[in-house]
Every structure is written in structure tokens, then in C-alpha cells.
Design a protein around this ligand. Structure first.
Ligand code: AMP
Length: 417
């Protein structure tokens, strides 16, 4: 049915209608179950933060901060931003609530909405949802593998096929220094031919030029971070690979993978799926050993990832999703309607979903509604049933009808068998 209203949802936002919502719940339930199996604790954070949080942590030079954040001023004139990603808020909470205790790990997960002013297209929205996990306090490659594995467990449980893992190491500030020097030397003569963004990145964050889609062809043969790793970073990356092998997790080494954010160190990874077309990245993450100190905390290693749920939904296999109630009440007169309402209240207490017509419509209309609602059972009550102290219980799948005493516990017993 089309509507004459001119109101539409804002470009880049999404409405999730009831049937689709069942699919979302399926995903969210699996995420929660799996995260809890890994002993990640759920945290929830606000929709907006002070803009400075993202400027400092995500990084001034990133596309997210430069071009994509929704910012606005509060009444006191302070700049606020709708959160474009989760890690900065997680780190802020870690610091704000004094989670740091030397030698203790914090394992968090979240399911949150994010906001970025990107050009909307399939798989790319201005408001979207992510789930993510962050482990703060562990420097080990085992943690990075655990994170990757938790994501694959979720993909597998949801029967999402074809997700590939790309990995790389971008080293630590120590080994990155040499790499950046070499890279800048290589790029210097080519700068005029690079895109405007890359010309700016040359001074602000030259490593990002490596994953620019536009300039890909022009920087063939550029040095890559993995050629410059120090012993510690190399050993860390090898252990990451070995442990992935150990769990039979297949991966591709993408030596130009650097990820778009400023805070990554050592391990970076992304999950991609070719079926998604141009927006083929399902999720990504990596280690951020320097960020917590940089944000004013103790020197604390950390690692994490985020997966875009909207993109996951595009990959989720179709299942026969149906709206439906367990029990629908059909009554012939007002008194039966009242009696039936009482029974439904008891059945709801027992965990059954129930509904009835609130508009005193005809019996035919009530049955039509029971069908539309895919009711598994229909309870039918009229004057005759009331007098005899029974209800008619119709099993809609089998088409069978039985008389049951008009007592909630007897009806429950029948529904459960
Ligand atoms: P990022 O925080 O940029 O590493 O993104 C992590 C994941 O979030 C991506 O792999 C996507 O699945 C998802 N994502 C990022 N931006 C968008 C967007 N604009 N619309 C939908 N999903 C997004």
C-alpha cells in the first residue's frame, strides 16, 4: 500500500521492518552467545561523545575524522560527534572507570550503532550497526587469534560462507620509522601523479597511501611494512600465523593492508567476502598497543575488531522467517472474550505468545486474523463452552480440535505436549 505522506527516512539510514527484524535478532543472539562463550563482557556506550575523543584516538588524518563524522555543537558550544566507531569509547571507558590493573585482562564486547557521512550505497549507510570485541591488557599474538576466531565462530554459527581473512603486520613505532623513511623516498618523485588525498597523506600518514584504491597502479613496487619489521614484531606476526594455522583458519597475507585508522600497531586484519561487491569488507581490526598510553593511560597493549552487522545481513542465508503467535483467541460473545482474556494472561505467564482481537469483530474476522498471525493454536470459546466449562483447542497445523477443561494449567499441559 503506498502512502501519500511525504515523510521518508533520512538518506543513508535504514528502517528494519518486523520480518527483517527476526533476522537481526537471530544475528544479535548468536553474537551475544558466542561473545559470552569467549568470556567477553558486554558494554554499552553513548551515541555521541566529545569530538576531541575521535580527533585524538581515531586520528585527525583519517577519512573518518576529516570527512565522515556527524558533528554538532551543544548549547554550551562544545563540539560533539555521533560515534563513527567503537574503540575510542571503549578506551575512554577503560580509562574513565579505572579498569586498569597491571597484569589483568579486560575483555569487552559491544553491539552498537555507528554514524558516518559516507555516500550511501548497498552495504554502505550513514547509520549502521557493528558488533566488536576488544581485549585490553594482553600483548600476545594468541589474543589476536582468539579475536579472529570469535568472529569466525559467529560467521559459522550463522552459516555465512565465503568470508576470507586478510592479515598483515604494520610493525611498531620503532620499526615503522625506517619503513616510513623508505616509503617517503619511494613516493617523493611520484607525488604529483597521486590523488589529492594521498598528496596530503604523504605528510600526515604516508603508510595509508599503500591502501589507496585510486593510486594502486601508480605505486607498484613500493616498500611494504612487513619488510621492515623488528625482531619482536616479526616473531609476533609469525606466532599469529602459526596459531591461525593451528586452528585451521585460512588467511592471505596482504602486505599492503594497513587499515584506515591511526592507532594500529603490529597485527592488522580484515574479513572480506567477494559476494558483497564493492563494499566487500565485512569487518576488520588489529592491535593498538600505543593508544591507551597516548590517551593518557598506563602503557597497556590492546587488540580488537569490529564487524558491520548490516553487511553481515546481506550474507545471511534466507530461512523461512515467519511472524507468528503461539495462541490466538476466538470468541463468540463478550463474556467469553473476558474469560478468554484471563486464560491468555495465564498462558503468557507460562511463556506462550498470545493475542486476541480487541475490536469485537466477527468470528470469521477473528479466524482470518489467526491465520494472518500464523497462530499455532486457536482457543475457541462461546456460550456453550462456557456453560460446559471447556474450551475448544484447535491445532492449526494438524487441523485437529479438542475439548479441554477451561483451566489454564490443563491448556498449558496440552500446548506443551
Ligand atoms: P571500520 O570501523 O571502518 O574498520 O569498519 C568495520 C566494519 O564496519 C566494516 O568492515 C563494515 O562491515 C562496517 N562498516 C563500516 N562503515 C560502514 C558503513 N558506512 N555502512 C555499513 N557498514 C559499515
Amino acid at each position: 500500500m503506498s502512502s501519500k505522506s511525504n515523510f521518508k527516512n533520512v538518506k543513508g539510514t535504514r528502517d528494519i521492518l518486523p520480518l527483517e527484524s527476526i533476522r537481526w535478532q537471530r544475528v544479535e543472539n548468536v553474537v551475544r552467545k558466542k561473545m559470552e562463550q569467549y568470556n567477553f563482557q558486554e558494554i554499552r556506550f553513548p551515541t555521541f561523545e566529545y569530538t576531541d575523543l575521535f580527533r585524538k584516538s581515531t586520528g585527525e588524518s583519517t577519512d573518518i575524522v576529516r570527512k565522515e563524522m556527524f558533528t554538532f555543537a551543544d548549547m554550551g558550544g562544545r563540539s560533539l560527534a555521533l560515534k563513527p566507531e567503537g574503540t575510542p569509547s571503549v578506551v575512554r571507558m577503560f580509562l574513565q572507570y579505572g579498569f586498569f590493573t597491571k597484569g589483568i585482562l579486560q575483555k569487552f564486547y559491544y553491539i552498537e550503532r555507528m554514524f558516518r557521512q559516507e555516500r550511501p550505497q548497498k552495504g554502505r549507510y550513514r547509520e549502521f550497526r557493528q558488533f566488536g570485541a576488544e581485549v585490553i591488557g594482553s600483548s600476545s599474538a594468541e589474543t589476536d587469534v582468539e579475536l579472529v576466531k570469535s568472529a569466525f565462530d559467529i560467521f559459522n554459527e550463522l552459516d555465512i560462507k565465503g568470508v576470507e581473512l586478510n592479515i598483515n603486520s604494520i610493525g611498531c613505532p620503532k620499526c615503522r620509522k625506517n619503513f616510513i623513511k623508505e616509503l617517503k623516498g619511494f613516493l617523493k618523485g611520484k607525488l604529483v601523479s597521486l590523488c589529492e588525498d594521498c598528496r596530503r597523506r604523504y605528510d600526515e600518514n604516508p603508510m595509508r597511501i599503500l591502501d589507496c584504491k585510486e593510486d594502486k597502479g601508480k605505486i607498484k613496487g613500493a616498500p611494504v611494512p612487513s619488510d621492515f619489521l623488528c625482531d619482536d614484531c616479526r616473531a609476533h606476526f609469525e606466532e599469529f600465523e602459526n596459531r591461525l594455522d593451528f586452528f585451521n583458519i585460512k588467511f592471505n597475507i596482504e602486505n599492503r593492508l594497513v587499515r584506515g585508522l591511526d592507532y594500529y600497531t603490529k597485527t592488522v586484519f580484515e574479513f572480506v567476502n567477494a559476494n558483497l561487491g564493492s563494499q566487500n569488507e565485512v569487518g576488520g581490526g588489529g592491535r593498538y598497543d600505543e593508544l591507551i598510553k597516548f590517551m593518557g593511560g598506563e602503557d597497556t597493549p590492546a587488540s580488537g575488531y569490529a564487524v558491520g552487522i548490516d553487511r553481515l545481513m546481506l550474507l545471511l542465508p534466507e530461512k523461512e522467517e515467519k511472524l507468528g503467535v503461539d495462541v490466538y483467541l476466538v470468541t463468540f460473545d463478550e463474556e467469553s472474550d473476558l474469560e478468554g482474556g484471563k486464560i491468555l494472561a495465564s498462558l503468557r505467564q507460562e511463556g506462550f505468545s498470545c493475542d486476541k482481537d480487541p475490536m469485537k469483530r466477527s468470528v470469521k474476522a477473528q479466524f482470518r486474523e489467526a491465520d494472518r498471525q500464523n497462530a499455532k493454536w486457536v482457543i475457541i470459546i462461546g456460550e456453550n463452552e462456557r456453560k460446559r466449562g471447556i474450551v475448544q483447542l484447535k491445532n492449526m497445523n494438524k487441523g485437529e480440535q479438542k475439548e479441554i477443561p477451561m483451566e489454564a494449567d490443563k491448556i498449558v499441559k496440552e500446548l506443551k505436549c
